[in-house]
Structures are given as C-alpha cells and as structure tokens.
Design a protein around this ligand. Structure first.
Ligand SMILES: Nc1ncnc2c1ncn2[C@@H]1O[C@H](COP(=O)(O)OP(=O)(O)OP(=O)(O)O)[C@@H](O)[C@H]1O
Length: 259
C-alpha cells in the first residue's frame, strides 16, 4: 500500500506553487519526513492531499484518487495536523478532540466519541490535561492536543505539519516514537520536519522539496549530504554519528558568499 502522488498542480489564486509535481511513492508502514527550506511548499503539499486547498493531478491511495473525493470521504482515510491549532474558545482539550471527531462522524454516540478522544489524548500523553481549557495550556501542550485531534479518527494516512516544533527534547522523542509505532501498525505517516537530526533518526525516508520540485529522496544517509546543505539550505553543515549510533547534523555557518 502506498500514497502515489503525480502531476500535482496547486497554488493560491493565480500563484502556482507546484506545476505537475511528482513525489516518490510514500509507503505504508513507514515514517516519511517532508523537509526543505521555508516556503518550499511542504504545507501546501499536505493541504492539497488533505483537501484544504484545491489541486489537480493524482493522489492515489488503494486505487482511489483522493483528489476526486470530497473532504468528508477523504477524512475517513486521512488525519491532518496543520501548523498551529484553530482557536476553539471555551472548549476543553477533551472537547476540542471530540469536536474534531464529530465534525466528520456526526452520528457517533457521545460515549463512543469520548472514549476515542480519551484514547487519542492518552496516546499523546495529554490525559491529565483533558479537562483543562485549551486556551490555558502551554504552546507544546497545545501542539500535543492538535496531534490528538488528528489521531482521533484512527486514520490510515496521517499528515503532520511540524508536529514537534514546540516540543522539548523528551516530548519530541515521545512523538517521533509514537509516529514510529503508528507506522509499525501499518499506517502511512508523512511529517513535515525542520529538525534534520530528528528526521535522520526517526524517518525511514526523507523527501526534500526545493525550487518547485523534489531535490532528493531516500534514507537519511543518502539524502543528508554536504551538497544538500549547501545547495538547498545555503549553509555549511555535515552529519556525524553519535556513540550510540544516532545521527546528528551540525551547522557550522552560512555558505560563504562567492568571491
Ligand atoms: N494562503 C496563502 N496564500 C498565498 N500564498 C501562500 C499561502 N500560503 C502559503 N503561500 C505561499 O506558498 C509558498 C509555499 O508555502 P508553504 O507554507 O507551503 O511552504 P512551507 O515549505 O510549508 O514553508 P515553512 O517551512 O515556512 O512552513 C510560499 O511561497 C508561501 O508564501
């Protein structure tokens, strides 16, 4: 099973961001990291797949073209965590997760909704804060609540836009471990990441978007090269191996301007 994206054309109004983008096959059971510089179009790709923005081309999942499904049908397959959480004034953390379940499953009994929402909150380690108003949790806790909202329908495909950007080291590790576990259960996980060390240690596959296309794709050891750091990120950087086998990325400075 895989997500096969070809000829994706998407933009905002008259502004094209991608014209006929082909991505490498995104396989179920793996964590795929979507990386690239600011403005490369990572969020736009996720929005296009999730149905938050009009797009043409093909996004095949099990012989169905997601782009030809309405958002409700897509939501049965896809969980999407955008960057930043919509404001839901007055709602508790738990209510906000229930709301994101009920919007696509209005007939589901409240007791079942509560049960599923509590399960999602416990998966992200937020059960203790379930009854706290969402407006009164920290930035990182809000991000975990957003993750629970995207998990609550138990989607086969999970699209996450920088799910760890507000998290401390332990919570980053817990979330990446959770994504690994969800992938091991057969789900397809696509996550935008800026932290290339996290991508190197947790993603099975990295896709680098730059200049309107795919610059490189594959496992970290083949993708995260000094050439990539120079050409795509405009920095001097390299990777190294920690004693425990982990990979780290060190940036030593901006790319020297040409003489
Ligand atoms: N709502 C919008 N209206 C118009 N242009 C937009 C809109 N959202 C994004 N863009 C533009 O689309 C391009 C791709 O943006 P996108 O947010 O997909 O990039 P990104 O790779 O996710 O960036 P970042 O790493 O900064 O989050 C950028 O040039 C951006 O300015």
């Amino acid at each position: 099973m895989s997500l096969v994206i070809t000829g994706l054309t998407v933009g905002y109004g008259a502004r094209r961001i991608f014209s006929g983008l082909d991505l490498p096959e995104i396989r179920a059971g793996r964590v795929t990291a979507l990386v690239g510089p600011n403005g490369a179009g990572k969020s736009t790709v996720l929005r296009a797949i999730a149905g938050g923005i009009a797009a043409s081309g093909q996004v095949f999942w099990k012989e169905n073209d997601l782009l030809r499904m309405d958002v409700r049908a897509r939501s049965r397959i896809i969980g999407f965590m955008p960057q930043g959480l919509r404001d839901t004034p007055g709602l508790s953390v738990l209510d906000s997760v229930i709301a994101s379940l009920r919007v696509f499953a209005p007939g589901l009994p409240m007791s079942a909704c509560r049960g599923q929402a509590l399960t999602a909150l416990s998966r992200v380690g937020m059960i203790d804060l379930a009854l706290r108003p969402l407006a009164q949790v920290s930035g990182g806790q809000r991000q975990l609540a957003g993750l629970a909202q995207s998990l609550v329908r138990d989607p086969a495909v999970l699209l996450l836009d920088e799910p760890t950007s507000a998290l401390d080291l332990r919570h980053q590790t817990d979330v990446m471990g959770l994504l690994k576990g969800l992938a091991a259960e057969g789900r397809t996980i696509v996550t935008v990441l800026h932290d290339l060390s996290l991508a190197a240690n947790w993603a099975d596959e990295i896709i680098v978007l730059a200049d309107g296309g795919v610059y490189a794709a594959g496992p970290a050891r083949t993708v995260l090269t000094p050439d990539l750091f120079r050409s795509v990120y405009r920095v001097q950087a390299c990777t190294g191996q920690a004693a425990d086998g982990g990979t780290y990325v060190v940036v030593t400075g901006p790319l020297e301007p040409p003489p």
